[in-house]
Design a protein around this ligand. Structure first.
Ligand SMILES: [Zn+2]
Length: 130
């Protein structure tokens, strides 16, 4: 629910969020994100230390997030990790496509629903005729 103005990308991420986990690799850039806010007890022994060591060794490949869960969503078969530095560049085109083509998308969804309703009615009539 939108209670105050949000950036469109924030709204997009809210709508497309499909889950959260302690560790998630971004499917768009390969960075590994890990939750660090009061999460120590949820990791397997040594797992968080390994992630922190990875961060020291490859700071461009690991992203600690000060949260309990790493939120993400699926876009075109890839996991987009919300909060990943690549999101504005990589995810914005999907949002822009939807906004730019909202009339066509709405028309498509209406026609698709009408076709499915028609097919369902035909199937019901066939079944009732048996
Ligand atoms: Zn990324």
């Amino acid at each position: 629910m939108i209670t105050e103005y949000q950036h469109p990308l924030d709204i997009f991420m809210d709508v497309f969020t499909q889950g959260g986990t302690l560790v998630q690799q971004c499917g768009f850039c390969g960075r590994t994100h890990f939750a660090t806010h009061n999460t120590e007890s949820y990791y397997e022994p040594g797992e968080l230390e390994k992630l922190r060591e990875g961060l020291k060794q490859q700071p461009d490949k690991f992203v600690p997030q000060d949260c309990s869960w790493i939120s993400s969503g699926q876009l075109a078969g890839r996991v987009a990790v919300w909060g990943c530095p690549c999101v504005p560049e990589k995810v914005s085109p999907y949002m822009a496509f939807i906004i730019d083509h909202r009339v066509e998308i709405l028309d498509f969804l209406k026609q698709k629903a009408a076709a499915e309703l028609s097919a369902a009615k035909t199937e019901i009539a066939r079944l009732e005729g048996v």
